[in-house]
Ligand binder design. Structure first.
Ligand code: SF4
Length: 348
């Protein structure tokens, strides 16, 4: 069996920053109770690991004791939640991904200019709830082309569409085309809302999946971008499984299977990918080839509020910068595996 490991896979810059925020807070506010509003990122293992270190996750800011420390997750929050935190006198540290904040800013700006916003995304996803909250009276969520006839449009000449950052680029394209057909004057966002990490991971799967018999996507069921990766693989004609860790590997998946693409959603830690590969190497004598499709160099700094808290405690935030590097197949994580590295086609 041959495992083809997609690169890029796993952690994006926003997820690394959000995880780093909680890590730093555990250090800076040592011994104090730390609360995170919503899962910091949509990955069961990341959340459980923080829970084991004493972090409490809440779905309502009113569950955070007055005056305590609260972290807002990478998916972003509505202004109403921010106000709720202020009213409870919480020390709020915002770990929203800057690329989500960009979509929030667009929503605010277009709403101020009198546009009605058609937000393409999943209604119940935390990010869409947060973005809609920036202009609640001016935003309509569009999940599929079937929603379009039922939209309560005020002025078809004053419309803009925005998108959730983690959609399938294919699905979003279909919805956007349908919006343009229904409302020819609709405005597009100034730059693409679907983020670089989502686009790159999907493109790598689109490129490699057709030469494989099976695609394994490491990620949690509530991770939008991970679920999208399985859909992209299936659209490419290759069976795909979404799994959290090696414990979910089912031997029946591998009967008659020779080539397996392994990738991971933007919130899935590399050690879980490695655990799956190690298991497949042990069980099936698999070899590993890493396929480098895109080189990602994006990195985000820590939030200003956290930097301020760090400085107040005599810690230089610059000494704790989050660095994003491509996943490296180390012997410590993967064991001594037969490995080759090859280049994919970044222009495909
Ligand atoms: S998937 Fe994209 S938008 Fe979401 S946290 Fe990562 S970089 Fe930010």
């Amino acid at each position: 069996m041959r495992l083809i490991l997609a690169n890029p896979r796993g952690f994006c810059a926003g997820v690394r920053m959000a995880i780093d925020v909680v890590d730093q807070i555990l250090d800076v506010f040592e011994g104090e109770p730390i609360y995170v509003y919503h899962e910091i990122v949509h990955n069961r293992h990341v959340v459980d690991r923080f829970r084991d270190r004493g972090v409490s996750f809440v779905e309502d800011v009113d569950d955070v004791p007055e005056g305590a420390i609260v972290v807002f997750s990478a998916h972003g929050i509505s202004p109403a939640v921010r106000e709720q935190a202020r009213a409870r006198n919480l020390t709020a540290i915002d770990a929203t991904c800057p690329l989500v904040t960009k979509v929030h800013s667009e929503a605010v700006r277009y709403a101020r200019q009198g546009y009605q916003i058609l937000l393409v995304g999943h209604k119940n996803h935390q990010e869409v709830i947060g973005t809609s909250g920036e202009a609640p009276g001016r935003t309509l969520v569009v999940e599929s082309p079937e929603d379009i006839p039922g939209l309560a449009i005020e002025d078809p000449e004053r419309l803009v569409y925005l998108t959730q950052t983690t959609l399938s680029t294919d699905d979003a394209g279909v919805i956007i085309d349908a919006l343009k057909e229904a409302f020819p004057a609709i405005k597009a966002p100034p730059s693409e809302d679907i983020c670089y990490a989502t686009t790159n991971r999907q493109e790598a799967v689109r490129q490699i999946a057709p030469e494989c018999d099976l695609v394994l996507v490491v990620g949690s069921k509530n991770s939008s971008n991970s679920v999208r990766l399985t859909e992209i693989a299936q659209t490419a004609g290759t069976r795909a499984r979404l799994l959290d860790d090696a414990g979910e590997l089912d031997p029946s998946w591998f009967v008659g299977i020779d080539r397996v693409l392994v990738t991971a959603g933007a919130s899935a830690p590399e050690d879980l990918v490695a655990g799956i590969c190690r298991t497949l190497v042990q069980r099936f004598g698999a070899t590993i080839e890493q396929r480098d499709v895109f080189d990602e160099k994006v990195e985000f700094g820590l939030p200003i509020t956290l930097k301020r808290e760090m400085k107040g405690k005599g810690i230089d935030p610059e000494s704790r910068r989050v660095r994003v590097e491509a996943p490296v197949i180390t012997e410590a994580l993967y064991g001594a595996v037969p490995l080759t590295v090859s280049a994919g086609d970044a222009d495909a």
